[in-house]
Design a binder for this molecule. Structure first.
Ligand SMILES: Cc1cc2nc3c(=O)[nH]c(=O)nc-3n(C[C@H](O)[C@H](O)[C@H](O)COP(=O)(O)O)c2cc1C
Length: 204
């Protein structure tokens, strides 16, 4: 809904309005205990070489101590088939429930770390914590990505991975969305072939 009666901009007090974001399912496990999943939206890519990402987690979360103690976690991307489970893992605590069991998810073994991934996720990133930064409400776990495990169903005969066919989900302002129409690809604004076809479209 866009209100045609109103124009201009209004300023709000500082807050988190950087959207859309990926809401990811972060799996973790202490040796000898059940594996757990926490949904995290305050997550991001922070370095290419070495491949690094960060997740920000409140100290009160059951997962916080597990990740701090083990120094490991797995970032599992969320597809539309997983979105209900992602929401559940974001409102229920591992202190009270076994989220893998409740959501009928399967822990899977990954290389490099002991924490399990989620078999049903299209991409699992095995992460090793390299730094914990206290920011305020959240601590930021800065981690190196030691391994990337992808679902074979999205690989074609030429071994090309079609991530955007996995029905990935974005989180924006309290709501979940399935990614929709493709608008372009990296660098398309300056590519000759795209410019030509844009011109052809205009002339029609
Ligand atoms: C979409 C979504 C995003 C969330 N993002 C974060 C986050 O970035 N950091 C965080 O500490 N909690 C976040 N939460 C809340 C935790 O996932 C939630 O408190 C969860 O129950 C914690 O699980 P645990 O106690 O088993 O660790 C989010 C919840 C939802 C639904």
């Amino acid at each position: 809904m866009k209100n045609p009666e109103k124009s201009g901009k209004v300023e709000w007090k500082p807050g988190n309005m950087l959207y859309p974001l990926p809401a990811v399912m972060v799996s973790c496990q202490r040796e000898g205990e059940k594996p757990n999943i926490i949904t995290v939206a305050w997550a991001g890519t922070i370095c290419s070489t070495p491949a690094m990402l960060s997740i920000s987690v409140r100290k009160e979360r059951y997962s916080y101590d597990i990740i701090k103690e083990t120094g490991e976690f797995v970032v599992n991307l969320v597809s539309k088939e997983l979105v209900r489970a992602a929401d559940y893992c974001g409102v229920k605590s591992g202190r009270d429930v076994d989220k893998f069991a409740q959501m009928r998810l399967t822990p899977c073994t990954l290389n490099h770390i002991k924490a399990p991934g989620i078999e049903e996720s299209p991409v699992c990133l095995a992460c090793k914590v390299v730094e914990v930064k206290h920011l305020g409400s959240h601590d930021m776990f800065i981690a190196e990505i030691l391994g990337v495990t992808v679902d074979n169903r999205y690989m074609d005969e030429k071994n090309k991975f079609h991530l955007n066919q996995a029905g990935l989900v974005a989180y924006s302002h309290g709501e979940y969305f399935e990614l929709g129409k493709k608008l372009g690809s990296f660098g398309y604004s300056v590519r000759k072939t795209d410019k030509k076809s844009a011109g052809r479209r205009k002339r029609k």
